[in-house]
Design a protein around this ligand. Structure first.
Ligand code: MEV
Length: 438
């Protein structure tokens, strides 16, 4: 049973670590050493990271890798990926190379609408509320002017403002439903500031509106917040080639491969148990680029999975077909991303990742992210419908096990040769290491 702690946030970083080590570890000094091992020796850089969040005790490393050779709309990209799972970067790179000799990826941003809502309660006549809204709409918009001024200069701002009556679903519940264009920023702060101002003005104007009874004047704002569901902020990524051109070393019969591949996608379209795993593979690619570029992967995850359920049943994000001898594989996903603001200018590695990508606009980043997701999905389905995924996975996993056992270069050589012709399992690797060390 551990003790509660008072005023933890007020302790210095050293004191926090001290408390934590004594509270949770049998060897406190070893715990302190491990935590401090990950501090950066450059104090300024460390302070930058300390201040991203609260109660920071150390840095948590994730590897950053590169998947090169992504040909997207005729231009080559090296894609930075941050992920802990082995095989993902290798799979992305393999897919990128495969498609680079088959026309590359095509990506198109279909729309870029962001959404926010003021959720409020109004007790009274809904028609009167609508008349009030129509009358004060210009006042509501004017009140956001100081917030929207800069965004308008960049070509963005509030695009539409409507009143939505939700009383059929929840008593007295209405919304201001607001759509935004936020250009190269993800726009969360901008949207939330606009919404909070709209909510304040709404409440004030209602108080002064002659057409309302005293009860009606008293609007209750429950909350004002952006939505991470962005079904009109969509990017499409696609690959296609003649079925016969799919042929390569592991695809001896391209027609059979294409048919099985399309079947695998159909299964994910109709079977939620498979769809979740299928889409998880897509998110392996999407999240890795989102993390590398300092975007909010939780927001994207939430929005993408809601979109995957938009027709009432969770389904595949990607689709495939064979028509007139042409194999086409594509996906449309909602991605609200930014290449300015947030971490993009703060985190040195995020800045580098964006530089590697050629300082993309938000729309270009949407295309790169969607393409990486599609590439990942292609790699997974190609393995699943041919050799199975364990072959590749276990080869990568082998390396992790060898690291865990701190295998020497000599041991690695012997083990690599051994597993060239036999199946890698955790037990078989450990057994061989132990045998070598006897
Ligand atoms: C593993 O991280 C992802 C896969 O399971 C995706 C899939 O099954 O399509 C390989």
């Amino acid at each position: 049973m551990n003790n509660a702690v008072a005023g933890f946030s007020k302790l210095s970083k050293e004191e926090k670590i001290q408390w934590l080590s004594e509270e949770y570890f049998s060897n406190p000094s070893e715990a302190v050493t491990t935590l401090k091992q990950y501090w950066n020796t450059d104090e300024k850089l460390q302070q930058l990271h300390d201040e991203f969040i609260e109660n920071t005790i150390t840095n948590f490393y994730l590897p950053m890798g590169i998947a090169p050779n992504f040909l997207i709309n005729g231009k080559y990209h090296s894609v930075p990926m941050v992920i802990e799972e082995s095989s993902v970067v290798a799979a992305a790179a393999k897919s990128a190379k495969f498609w680079s000799t088959r026309g590359g990826f095509k990506a198109t941003v279909l729309n870029t609408e962001k959404i926010g809502q003021v959720h409020f309660l109004f007790q009274g006549d809904g028609e009167k509320l609508q008349a009030f809204f129509n009358a004060v709409k210009p006042v509501l918009l004017d009140s956001t002017e100081s917030i929207t001024k800069n965004m308008q200069k960049r070509g963005g701002g509030i695009v539409s403002l409507t009143l939505r009556d939700k009383t059929a679903e929840l008593t007295n519940y209405y919304q201001l439903h607001v759509t935004f264009e936020t250009k190269d920023s993800m726009g969360a702060n901008f949207i939330n500031s606009c919404l909070e101002q709209l909510a304040k003005t709404l409440k004030e104007e209602a108080q002064q509106y002659d057409g309302f009874s005293e009860t009606e004047k008293d609007i209750t704002v429950v909350m004002s917040i952006l939505s991470n569901y962005v079904p009109n902020c969509i990017v499409r990524a696609e690959v296609s080639c003649k079925v016969e051109d799919l042929a390569e070393k592991k695809i001896e019969n391209p027609q059979e491969f294409a048919e099985k591949f399309v079947q695998a996608v159909r299964i994910a379209e109709i079977e939620p148990f498979r769809a979740v795993t299928h889409n998880k593979g897509i998110m392996n690619g999407i999240d890795a680029v989102i993390l590398a570029t300092g975007n909010d992967f939780r927001a994207v995850e939430a929005g993408v999975h809601a979109y995957a359920s938009r027709n009432g049943q969770y389904s595949s994000l990607s689709h495939a077909k064979i028509e007139n001898g042409i194999f086409t594989f594509w996906m449309e996903v909602p991605l609200a991303l930014g290449t300015v603001g947030g971490l993009t200018s703060l985190h040195p590695l995020v800045k580098m990742a964006l530089e590697i990508l050629g300082k993309p606009s938000a729309q270009e980043l949407m295309q790169i992210v969607a393409v990486t997701g599609l590439a990942q999905n292609f790699a997974a389905l190609r393995s699943l419908t041919t050799t199975g995924i364990q072959e590749g996975h276990m080869k990568m996993h082998l390396n992790n096990i060898l690291n865990q056992y701190q295998a020497t270069a000599e041991e690695r050589k012997v083990i690599a040769t051994h597993f060239q012709n036999s199946t890698v399992t955790h037990a078989s690797v450990v057994e061989l290491i132990e045998r070598l060390r006897k």
